[in-house]
Each structure stands twice: as C-alpha cells, then as structure tokens.
Ligand binder design. Structure first.
Ligand code: ZN
Length: 287
C-alpha cells in the first residue's frame, strides 16, 4: 500500500471531522474503517465523537474483528462487523463509513425506497440505493440484513430505521458517496414540499447511464432503461405528491393551469446537454 499506516490514520481523523461537522453523526455515533491489507483493517474506536479523533485512537483489527493492537487503550467499534461483512463480500472495497445522515435516515425510517430518474448526480455517483430491513445494532443481524443487498455496483445502503453505510475504493470517495447520498435525500424532501417532481424519461435516463458507463461506472440498469425500467421503485415516494392543482385555486382569469404529469415534463435537449456537461466536468475535476 502506497500510503503509510500513520497517514491513513490521520486521514481517518480528518474525515471524522467532516462527518461530524456535516451533522452526519451526533454524540459518539457512527464509525468508519479502511482496509490496509488482506487481513488488517483500521477502524474508529467505540465511544468517541467523530469530530475529536486523533491517530492514536484508531484501532487495528483482523478480518474476524479481533483487535490486534492490544496495547491501544481505545477499543474498536462494535459495528466493525458490518464493515468486515462488506469487505468480505466485495474485495474491491477499501473503505466503509457507517453514519446517521439525517435526510437519508428519514427515508430509512419511513421505509420509502430512494426514487430513481430524478437527479443526475445521484444516478451517476450512487446508482440504485437499496434499503435494508431494521436489524438490532451491534448484533450479527445487522450485517446479515445488509450484505444480501450488495451487488457488484452497490456503493450505498440505507439501514432500516437506523442510517446508512457507504463504501468505495478509497476513504475520500466513500465520504463523497455519503455526502451525495444525504444531499440527494435533502433535495428529495424539499421537492416533496413543492408537491411535484419531473421524472427523466426512458431516453434521458438511458443517455445518462451511457455517459456514466463512458466514465468507467457501469450501471446494470442500462440493459433495460430504454424500456422504462428505471423508476419502478418510485411509487411510494411519489404517492403523496399533490400533483394536480384544484380547479378552484385561481379565479383571476389566467386560465386553468394544468400541471404536467410526471412523465411528460421532459427536459429540452439543450437543457439535458448542459446537465450532462456539468456532470462530465465534475467527474473530470476529480470528484
Ligand atoms: Zn449506527
């Protein structure tokens, strides 16, 4: 590994600070880890705020969760079992962050699947985000509830009534996944207040997934997006949208304003081009 262990521990503290500052973990909540070899994982300790981590607090465990650095007075998080289950399932994963991001957690509490075909950023950087059923924290039930949902392209899972887990090939990229997840959920909740959402149509979604593939991010939904398969999980989110304005709402003579349905409010070509360019620029900028 190119980075030495001490610099990885320092990076874990820096990421902890960002997690805490963003309000993703209150009190001592949350934990993150980095896999440094086939049988060694660095993990945050139990009982310490993610905002106040120092490198000496970071614990080292083996792939069964046994703490190796026995002289360390800090004890590894009990949730390391979730991290290890993910590392075992996905050899490409090098870092895991478990957190309680408030906006994403509301979806996990409501058990409303994250809708698709709404926000290009979320489609490109997150893809499909499954929701696990509720499981008791610190027990084997928790990793058992999550791992069956992890496919080769999954990078984020919502944990029922609990929070989220993000994972990727580096700690910083894993942190970006977490930020994007909560930002996306915040946007969805704000959209909900407006009562209407334009959904990308099958052609727009297919073009977006093609762009994603071009940047080395394959998405299995590309195989069926042209047939309109993306968005089949959207109904629970869209169910309570107030999509039709009551006809008595306006008597000023401006005519009856009919709101478009969710599929006919398609974006213009020029607008879509701009959107794709924006995503492209962000990817090239190294996000
Ligand atoms: Zn938790």
């Amino acid at each position: 590994m190119a980075q030495n262990v001490y610099s990885i521990k320092k990076e874990m503290c820096e990421i902890g600070k960002r997690i805490w500052q963003k309000g993703f973990c209150a009190g001592n909540e949350g934990n993150h880890s980095v896999r440094i070899s086939d049988n060694r994982v660095l993990t945050t300790p139990t009982g310490i705020s993610k905002g106040f981590l120092t490198p000496d607090m970071i614990c080292t465990v083996d792939m069964e969760g046994k703490q190796i650095d026995t002289s360390n007075k800090y004890k590894r998080t009990s949730e390391v079992l979730v991290h290890l289950a993910i590392y075992k399932k996905r050899p490409d994963v090098k870092a895991v962050i478990h957190s309680h991001p408030p906006h994403a957690t509301t979806f996990a509490i409501a058990q409303i699947p994250l809708p698709e075909g709404i926000h290009p950023e979320a489609e490109v950087f997150l893809g499909r985000v499954p929701t696990a059923p509720y499981a008791t924290p610190s027990k084997q039930d928790l990793p058992d509830s999550i791992t069956p949902l992890i496919g080769p392209q999954t990078n984020s899972v919502l944990m029922g009534n609990h929070g989220s887990v993000s994972f990727s090939t580096s700690l910083i990229d894993t942190y970006y996944k977490l930020e994007i997840l909560d930002a996306y959920c915040r946007i969805l909740l704000l959209t909900k207040q407006l009562g209407h959402a334009n959904i990308l149509n099958a052609q727009q979604m297919t073009e977006l997934l093609e762009v994603k593939k071009k940047f080395g991010l394959p998405d299995e939904r590309l195989a069926c997006s042209a047939q309109g398969c993306v968005g089949e999980v959207n109904d629970p989110f869209l169910a309570s949208f107030n999509d039709v304005r009551p006809s008595t709402a306006c008597e000023c003579g401006g005519g009856n304003v009919t709101h478009s349905t969710s599929t006919s409010g398609a974006m213009g070509d020029a607008e879509f081009e701009t959107l794709v360019q924006t995503i492209t620029d962000q990817i090239l900028a190294g996000s």
